[in-house]
Each structure stands twice: as structure tokens, then as C-alpha cells.
Design a protein around this ligand. Structure first.
Ligand SMILES: N[C@@H](CCC(=O)N[C@@H](CS)C(=O)NCC(=O)O)C(=O)O
Length: 204
């Protein structure tokens, strides 16, 4: 297996999961600042020039969520996904998809706001948009907080790929200081960030 990767991107969650699984893989690092993702060779792997991409034999897999779902199922003996058809499988899908399709867009909205020039950030339109995002973010974080409760992991009392995807996006939210009013979620992120597999995934 070959993982096309760049640090501090959505590729980190795929690398983290590979490290948790402890399976052999080849890491191909791309320097996005040098447009190494725009070469004809890489565009033949990922036509949009994005990371991650996972190549195994004749199959190339795009989309970090699909890669995480696939990898956790590919090695069932590692128990990073509840068995197919089990009671836990539904919540497992739910949290993976909630993280990607509900949490990620609102975090992205804050990220994009932070990239705006200062005068644009201060404009009335921008402030109004930000207020809407804040309301949405609070509601979304409340759902995750309620789902997690006092438990250590999202699903089935054990660490799964759902934690990998959720923590990755919450970690991004945390770097934007969006978890300041949610100590339990901040603690959930901090605790997972200390996992040895995370340290390996962000090293070098
Ligand atoms: N939905 C895709 C998004 C992939 C994506 O947007 N990757 C970004 C990094 S997080 C990228 O490669 N951007 C190319 C660039 O910055 O030039 C996924 O989750 O894999």
C-alpha cells in the first residue's frame, strides 16, 4: 500500500489510521508549497491534485473518509471498526459522516474567515456571516458532546476509526480556538493526540 501524504492536511488521518493498524505501507510525501501535487505524475493518481490518495495494487482510492472506512474494514483483526451489521455499526457510520459532512464544513467556514484580509474580516457582512457560523458550530459541537457523553470513545466503548476522523477535525477546530467553550471535547482531542500512533503520523 502506498499513501500519498502531505503534513497538516486531511492525509494525516489516513496516516494515523495506518499507524494504528500497524500494517506496512509506503509513505509518499508531497510538498504542496512546491506544487508537487500538480505534476502530471501525481495528477494521474489524483486528478484534482489533492491528498490523500491510497494506492493498493490496481486500485487507487481518493477521499480521506473513504480511505479510513476502507482501511478499518480491510484489517478486521485489528478491531478498529465494529463488525458489519452489528448494533455499533450504525453509530460508527453516523459519526464518521457527521464529522466529515456536518462538522468539517463549519470549521472550514471559520478557517476561510481567518484567511480573509483584516479589513474584510471586520466588515459588517463578514461579522454577520461569522455570527451564523457560530450558532451552527455551537449546535454541532453540542451534538458531538452529547454523543460522547462521559465516554472515552465515540462508539462501542473502544477506539475506532470514527475517533480518528472525529478527532482529526476537532483538532483542526481546536487550533482555530473553536473548542474553548467545550472542555470535554478539548480533552477528548488532547487525550487522543497523545497516542503513539499520532506521534508517528505527524513525525518527519
Ligand atoms: N474531500 C477530500 C479533500 C482533500 C483535500 O482538499 N486535500 C487538500 C489538503 S487538506 C489538498 O490536497 N489541497 C491541495 C493544495 O492545497 O494544493 C478528502 O477528504 O480527501
Amino acid at each position: 500500500m502506498k499513501l500519498y501524504f502531505a503534513p497538516r492536511t486531511r492525509a494525516t488521518r489516513a496516516r494515523w489510521l495506518l499507524e494504528e493498524l500497524g500494517v506496512p505501507y509506503e509513505l509518499v510525501k508531497l510538498d504542496l508549497s512546491r506544487q508537487e501535487n500538480s505534476t502530471p505524475a501525481y495528477l494521474a493518481v489524483h486528478p484534482l491534485g489533492e491528498v490523500p490518495a491510497l494506492v493498493e495494487g490496481d486500485v487507487t482510492l481518493l477521499e480521506s473518509l473513504a480511505i479510513c472506512l476502507h482501511l478499518a474494514d480491510r484489517f478486521p483483526e485489528k478491531h478498529l471498526a465494529p463488525p458489519m451489521g452489528s448494533t455499533e455499526r450504525g453509530p460508527y457510520y453516523q459519526w464518521m459522516v457527521f464529522a466529515e459532512l456536518t462538522l468539517d464544513p463549519v470549521v472550514m467556514a471559520f478557517h476561510q474567515h481567518a484567511q480573509l484580509p483584516e479589513e474584510e474580516q471586520a466588515s459588517a457582512h463578514s461579522a454577520e456571516e461569522l455570527a451564523k457560523h457560530r450558532t451552527r458550530l455551537a449546535a454541532v459541537l453540542d451534538v458531538i458532546n452529547g454523543g460522547l457523553g462521559d465516554r472515552e470513545f465515540l462508539v462501542g466503548g473502544a477506539f475506532t476509526a470514527a475517533d480518528v476522523v472525529m478527532v482529526s477535525i476537532l483538532h483542526w477546530a481546536n487550533t482555530l480556538k473553536l473548542l474553548d467553550g467545550h472542555p470535554r471535547l478539548a480533552e477528548y482531542v488532547k487525550r487522543h493526540a497523545q497516542r503513539p500512533a499520532v506521534r508517528r503520523a505527524v513525525s518527519g
